[in-house]
Design a protein around this ligand. Structure first.
Ligand SMILES: Nc1ncnc2c1ncn2[C@@H]1O[C@H](COP(=O)(O)OP(=O)(O)O)[C@@H](O)[C@H]1O
Ligand SMILES: [Mg+2]
Length: 214
């Protein structure tokens, strides 16, 4: 078992957002999370990826209860073991495409990653946009920059929140194929998606409704 949630829940004030969620992911496996808008998918992804802390329950990663780690160890996990592709790309507007992709390397104090970042961006057909700023990119280009950034440090798990949303059919199928190809390279994938073509090809699918697993 690589990553598991044990009976986790999240409440904000009186409001229960997620309750009683347990799931498991092996290394090199893909898990799709589906469910209607507002059902708690993004919150679940953030809990699994240590972007948020559960109100109750435990998150285990490589035989360790990672919710209990000190903040610096959580930072290290988020930076070096996990890759996060946010719903809205979340690029840094004042940094170029290349520097956005290099942010995880700067945080890890690893200055030797420029060639790898350039190669990833070339693979994603963005080799001619290295010096552009996010505001000068299309939605699909921003999405590919966000994917490159998430992959720079060879994470063990990639978390992707609706990564094929708002893309044209061709790019949609490219992103889906690319992300579903990660497990074969040893990188587990947790993907929130409404894309039935994508979820149907994942190793496991879970549906949430109203904060509960179905
Ligand atoms: N920081 C927050 N404070 C209060 N409520 C929140 C917060 N974040 C999300 N929620 C609520 O949690 C519910 C689930 O949100 P979310 O996980 O984004 O759903 P989904 O991704 O499935 O659309 C929504 O009702 C949303 O308003
Ligand atoms: Mg969401």
């Amino acid at each position: 078992m690589l990553l598991s949630a044990k009976n986790i829940g999240k409440t904000y004030g009186e409001e229960v957002i997620l309750q009683g969620i347990s799931l498991e992911l092996d290394g090199g496996q893909s898990l799709a999370v589906t469910g209607p808008s507002g059902s708690g998918k993004s919150t679940l992804l953030s809990l699994l990826g240590l972007m948020l802390s559960p109100t109750v329950g435990e998150i285990w990663y490589k035989n360790e209860d990672i919710g209990k780690l000190a903040e610096d160890r959580k930072d290290r996990l988020r930076n070096q073991e996990f890759g996060f592709i946010f719903q809205s790309a979340n690029l840094i507007g004042s940094l170029t495409v290349l520097d956005n992709v290099l942010v995880p390397a700067y945080l890890a104090k690893n200055r030797q990653m420029k060639e790898k970042a350039v190669n990833l961006l070339r693979e994603f057909e963005l080799g001619h946009r290295l010096d552009y700023y996010p505001s000068e990119l299309s939605v699909g280009q921003k999405r590919r920059v966000a994917i490159a950034r998430a992959l720079l440090l060879d994470p063990a798990v990639v978390f992707a929140d609706e990564p094929t949303n708002d893309l044209d059919p061709q790019l949609c199928s490219w992103v889906g194929d690319y992300l579903l190809g990660l497990p074969a390279q040893g990188c587990a994938l947790v993907v929130v998606t409404h894309d039935l073509g994508l979820s149907a090809r994942a190793d496991k699918v879970v549906a949430i409704a109203d904060g509960h697993l179905q």
